[in-house]
Design a protein around this ligand. Structure first.
Ligand code: PNS
Length: 168
């Protein structure tokens, strides 16, 4: 007998907006599972540049070449969402030692709450080791070039959104 249960991984995050670093983690981790669910946190208490729906759409558009990748938004705890989706692994990217303490704390908390779900860390590709959504927004806000930070399809959306925000 072999186990026919699908291996499902969850990659939770804010993705505000999705960067080339995120996309690299999605592409690499999608090869490890039958299905990878990119889970966009909809946090009512934190102001995001893009709505959860916009972030989901953006990730869908840049992952359309990956047939086992699904994108959803969620509220609440990552482990609860993973449980509801039948996933047993949470994926996170580690850029530098500065990420480690927070990531370890989060992974340990998640494990205490839900021991059947493990967290795995993928080391970020060196090309994107410095990259974050906040850095992208900061550079874009001051009209810098973000071409090397985000997928090409996302570029006009970030510019448009910042212009929209400036008009408010
Ligand atoms: O992209 P981010 O902002 O680094 O992602 C952080 C995220 C969304 C993975 C994390 O904040 C999260 O899982 N939030 C949902 C609430 C939760 O489950 N917290 C973990 C227990 S401390």
């Amino acid at each position: 007998m072999y186990n026919v249960r699908e291996k499902i991984g969850i990659y939770p995050g804010s993705f505000d907006p999705v960067t080339l670093g995120h996309l690299d983690i999605i592409e690499r981790s999608s090869k490890m599972f039958d299905k990878l669910i990119v889970a966009v946190l909809h946090n009512k208490n934190k102001k995001a540049l893009f709505s959860a729906e916009e972030r989901v759409k953006m990730i869908q558009s840049v992952t359309s070449h990956l047939c086992n990748v699904e994108v959803s938004s969620f509220e609440g705890l990552s482990v609860e969402f993973a449980r509801a989706k039948g996933a047993h692994v949470l994926v996170r990217g580690l850029r530098a030692v500065t990420d480690f303490e927070y990531e370890l704390q989060m992974a340990q908390t998640n494990r205490a709450m839900c021991p059947e779900i493990d967290t795995i860390f993928l080391t970020t590709d060196l090309r994107y080791a410095y990259l974050s959504s906040s850095i992208v927004k900061e550079v874009a806000y001051f009209d810098g070039n973000i071409e090397m930070f985000v997928p090409a399809a996302i570029l006009p959306l970030v510019k448009e959104k910042l212009m929209e925000d400036n008009r408010k």
